[in-house]
Design a protein around this ligand. Structure first.
Ligand SMILES: [Zn+2]
Length: 421
């Protein structure tokens, strides 16, 4: 699966927290994975929030009437219009227009990403360089053809892949960002790759749940519908975001920081990416806010590449295809596959003999002793010393500072020798 290619398919579609762009994007992802698409009607109460009216936009532009030149056009970049802008068709002077223009002086060639979901307003976003060129004495025609529908809905996608047990692993990413790459097409695309990978797995210990939702309101709405089941079954999960750039991996813990998800994340990062950046819960900013909220307390944490808000192009038009690569997306996909591998294989080995087993008669003790074989025996004996049914393979791997794969090998040896319960 070429992940960059999927990003390219999704990039031009205008997405927001509701609307046809979300549906169109999810339909594209359905080509790869059998996601089910669900709609929650506008006006539905979801915990302390209400699902907003569905918003769609056809066109938006600003014309300088002194030259008849279109100076801002939504057609050229989706970020040019403030998300959830109300419709407008007026002629105004520059000063009035100025109150509705957003730009970033520090990044003068970037169009910033601005939304006004819960406040009825309108606005345009523009590169500061372009802003400086606007004629202060002109009149401007401002036009936004947008539509609010109180009979609309909020759209999300879900895929549940059943395993041997009802216990679940949960993956979530968001589908509400318009025309930017790292934040956020990388999350939905890596999630789709993972869902496709899990769909093809034959024997699954756990049930896997994948959701693609609009950020904040989507996770709140999803939780309000599914919280009882999720609290009962989810044992680990991850919020996928910012996975496409070449920066170091970054870890954002769950609120309490001691869940199985955190433990596995830290193990994989420490073993394979020792230069990873570790953030605190106080640095959070994505849907882990909802998943770990008091009373919700799902075991969800996040591993990103460069974290949202920590790269200059974040939430601007410069978060484009110059920032992400197939290589980085695949590396992120591989990392999440490693987490899944540990989840699926981890167990609590328990010895079925008292005191040390006699390894020699089982062919587990080398006949000729060398320095190397000494270490191998030592690893095996150390491993055996923790086979008490209270330490998982992951725990033992951490205690012995031994690669998880080596622990699996030791486990297999003992299992084949009938030494484990
Ligand atoms: Zn964002």
């Amino acid at each position: 699966m070429n992940l960059l290619q999927i990003c390219k398919e999704l990039y031009p579609i205008y997405r927001s927290i509701t609307g046809n762009g979300v549906r169109e994007s999810l339909k594209i992802l359905q080509k790869y994975v059998n996601f089910k698409i669900h709609e929650i009607p506008s006006g539905t109460k979801v915990f302390d929030w209400t699902v907003p009216e569905e918003w769609n936009i056809k066109s938006a532009f600003v014309v300088d009437l002194s030259t008849n030149e279109v100076v801002i056009d939504f057609k050229n970049h989706n970020l040019h219009v403030v998300g959830y802008s109300v419709p407008i068709d007026e002629v105004i002077d520059f000063n009035e227009l100025d109150e509705h223009l957003y730009f970033n002086e520090k990044l003068p060639s970037a169009i910033p990403y601005v939304t006004s979901y819960y406040n009825k307003n309108w606005g345009f976003c523009i590169a500061f360089n372009e802003y400086l060129k606007l004629n202060r004495s002109s009149k401007y025609k401002v036009f936004i053809d947008s539509d609010f529908n109180q009979n609309g809905s909020l759209t999300y996608a879900e895929l549940v892949i059943p395993g041997e047990t009802e216990k679940e692993i949960f993956f979530s990413s968001y589908i509400c960002h318009p025309q930017m790459c790292n934040n956020e097409l990388s999350g939905p695309v890596v999630l789709t790759a993972l869902a496709s990978y899990i769909s093809a797995c034959k024997l699954l210990k756990y049930t896997y749940r994948f959701v693609l939702i609009p950020e904040t309101i989507g996770s709140i709405a999803y939780l309000s519908k599914h919280i009882t089941k999720l609290k009962k079954n989810v044992i680990a999960g991850y919020n996928l975001t910012c996975l496409g750039d070449e920066g170091e991996f970054s870890y954002i813990p769950s609120r309490l920081g001691n869940t199985l998800s955190d433990k596995i994340a830290l193990h994989v990062l420490n073993s394979n990416f020792p230069n990873f950046i570790s953030y605190s819960w106080l640095d959070r900013g994505s849907d882990e806010r909802q998943y770990c909220a008091p009373g919700i307390d799902l075991p969800i944490c996040s591993i990103t590449r460069t974290k949202y808000g920590k790269y200059p192009e974040y939430h601007t038009s410069l978060d484009d295809f110059n920032l992400i690569s197939e290589n980085a997306l695949q590396k992120s996909f591989d990392l999440y596959k490693q987490l899944i591998h540990i989840l699926e294989t981890d167990c609590y080995p328990s010895l079925n003999v008292l005191c040390e087993p006699q390894l020699g008669k089982r062919g587990l003790y080398p006949n000729i002793s060398t320095v190397n074989s000494g270490q191998t025996v030592r690893d095996l004996m150390n491993f055996i010393s923790y086979c008490d049914g209270n330490h998982s393979l992951l725990d033992i791997s951490n205690i012995l500072k031994l690669d998880y794969t080596n622990c699996i090998d030791l486990y297999s040896k003992l299992f084949k020798a009938n030494l484990l319960k």
